[in-house]
Write a protein that binds this ligand. Structure first.
Ligand code: NZQ
Ligand code: ZN
Length: 394
């Protein structure tokens, strides 16, 4: 097992009635003037926002609300939030929503703690030295931002979707009430489940194969949990226990626990391929991942057929003894599972049309940062590889 540092400082408050504890939690973590950040309306419609605000009032915490976050959160709204936060002397960010709202709140929190332009972090021109404290009330099990150290923002001027990673932005607390996810549209539920599984697969397929039996065993067990529970939440959206399994697995999938011992790395090529799709076509993140994963897996399978065979046998229940045959059967079985959730498994299904060769080239050029970087660690992929995967994913 390789050396590691595991840092997961977020206090998780899991279960019904969590919203009523937000005021006390915010006060305990030092919030005196809070920016309550939310999305396009679901938190208002469900009454959650009112519950959160009431809780803040009862704890004597001053706050202001700032909504309007869209999926693939935009830099322009982040900048507006920074202006507002500065004007009002905000000292704490409270995100009420999903990954997009939490990521937007993280970006505002960075922006309020720095002098320059916050996009400099996402365009890798600067490193954050500080970040305002944050808390989250999670409404969708998906991105894992509630316990992760990253945030992903889309620059609406350029269409670039870029991530920034630093432990500074980890939430102080995350309130997770599975019943808040009952109202999710099926496509968002499925997309979220896909993202959760992908966060595990990105870490599972790392160079060097099995580096930690503990990490592998946990990952395989949690993936099996997701196979069962993703189907249950699609069939019965108000199955509290299935929603709870998915929500908790979503946090465990992305708080770095599953990469301890394997060098704290993963492959992440599919995420990079998806971020380009999100920036260009504004697709749901999980759906974008589902559309590229099968093509990616078949493209790289020969790099480590044994690893793919382990996934096939331990997770997908494939009985084949020959590695390459098992590997391909495992990829096909996972693809079929994604399809059974209603996810697109190629770009034509994702976008409703076949993309042109010119678009393939544009995606690969953007994803490779104009040919300046490779992505992936299992098999590093250059611009030509990226183009080939997008092409095969059509
Ligand atoms: O805006 P509202 O009205 O709230 O609607 C949202 C949104 O349309 C809706 N929704 C959320 N909770 C709901 C609900 N609708 C009904 N009932 C509820 N309880 O769902 C839609 C999607 O929300 P979003 O926050 O975009 O979903 P998700 O959590 O999947 O976040 C996706 C974003 O996170 C980034 C993705 O790239 C994408 O931008 N990621 C962030 C990561 C991180 N910070 O660690 C890692 C991930 O890999 C990912 O890249
Ligand atoms: Zn993801």
């Amino acid at each position: 097992m390789k050396d590691f540092v595991f840092y997961s400082p977020t206090q998780v408050v899991f279960g019904r009635e969590g919203a009523e504890q937000v005021g006390a939690l915010t006060a305990a973590f030092g919030g005196r003037k809070v920016l309550v950040h939310f999305g396009g309306g679901s938190a208002k419609r469900s009454g959650l926002l009112d519950r959160v605000c009431r809780s803040l009032e009862e704890s004597g915490v001053a706050y202001m609300t700032f909504g309007g976050v869209k999926p693939n959160p935009r830099l322009s709204l982040v900048r507006e939030g920074i202006r507002l936060g500065r004007q009002e002397g905000v000292d704490f960010l409270l995100a009420v929503g999903g990954g997009s709202v939490i990521d937007s709140a993280k970006a505002i929190a960075y922006g309020l703690a720095m002098e320059g332009d916050v996009w400099d972090l996402y365009s890798k021109k600067a490193q954050a030295r500080a970040c305002l404290p944050l808390g989250a009330v999670l409404t969708i099990a998906a991105a894992g931002s509630e316990t992760s150290n990253s945030s992903v923002i889309t620059n609406d001027d350029t269409g670039e979707k870029r991530g920034y990673t630093s432990d500074l932005c980890r939430c102080r607390f995350a309130v997770m009430d599975p019943s808040l996810t009952f109202t999710l549209p099926p496509y968002q539920t499925a997309s979220g489940c896909t993202d959760i599984m992908m966060h595990m697969l990105e870490r599972y397929f790392h160079p060097g194969g099995t580096a930690s039996m503990a990490a592998d065993s946990m990952t395989e067990a949690l993936l099996r949990t997701m196979l069962v529970c993703s189907r249950r939440v699609m069939e019965q959206p108000e199955d509290y226990d299935a929603r709870a399994e998915v929500m908790w697995t979503g946090s465990l999938a992305h708080n770095d626990l599953l990469q301890c011992g394997n060098g704290m790395r993963g492959d992440w090529a599919c995420h990079q391929l998806e971020h380009e799709l999100g920036g260009m076509y504004d697709v749901a993140h999980g759906a974008g991942l589902a559309a590229v994963w099968p093509a990616w897996a078949r493209y790289v399978v020969d790099t480590d057929p044994g690893r793919f065979a382990s996934f096939a046998r331990q997770v997908m229940g494939v009985a084949e003894t020959e590695d390459k045959t098992a590997a391909l059967a495992g990829i096909a079985a996972f693809e079929a599972h994604l399809r059974s959730l209603g996810m697109p498994v190629n770009l034509t299904e994702l976008l409703g049309r076949r993309i042109s060769e010119e678009e393939v080239q544009k995606l690969a050029h953007g994803c490779s940062f104009q040919g300046k970087r490779t992505i992936g660690t299992l098999r590093p992929l250059d611009e030509a590889d990226m183009a080939e995967i997008y092409r095969r994913a059509r």
